[in-house]
Write a protein that binds this ligand. Structure first.
Ligand code: DQA
Length: 149
């Protein structure tokens, strides 16, 4: 079965207890379980990884080449700082959809810019945990259209 990597970055392991008024009360485990279930309905196996370390995330993106058809990425705060994650995505040429639980454009100005967006097919933000499922839908539709599904 083709597969998609759902990659979460720093502090997203704290979902459920971290600023629930901003990020909701759903835990990362629940997000990952619903991604796996939704992925299956789309015909994809979903592998999930969360790391608080930029280098581990870069290694995961490198390892995705030839192994996963696409990536759903919430890079957390690295979104706004990491040229290295952007370069990794551009280097491996694995299609990626950027996700944020919160609407980063309605928050502090430093959250309005995204290095990930420069390397992603598109960005989904502001829909809470539902955003991951929308990202899987978008990725599956893109892969089908590109003849890669
Ligand atoms: C986030 C938004 C980022 O600005 C923040 O640093 C996060 C979470 C989101 O999912 O809304 O850690 O990526």
């Amino acid at each position: 079965m083709p597969s998609i990597l759902v990659l979460n970055g720093p502090n997203l392991n704290l979902l459920g207890t971290r600023q629930p008024e901003v990020y909701g009360s759903v835990t990362l485990e629940m997000v990952e379980q619903s991604c796996a279930a939704h992925g299956k309905t789309l015909g994809y196996e979903v592998e999930c990884l969360q790391s608080n370390h930029e280098g581990v995330m870069i290694d995961a993106i490198h390892a995705a080449k030839g192994r996963h058809q696409g990536i759903v990425l919430n890079a957390g705060a690295y979104t706004h700082t990491s040229i290295a994650l952007m370069d990794a995505l551009i280097s491996v040429e694995v299609p990626a959809v950027e996700v944020h639980l919160s609407n980063i454009h309605a928050r502090e100005p430093f959250r309005h810019s995204s290095f990930i967006a420069k390397a992603a097919l598109g960005q989904i933000c502001g829909f809470g945990a539902q955003g991951y499922l929308l990202a899987l839908d978008a990725l599956a539709a893109h892969l089908k259209e590109a003849g890669k599904a």
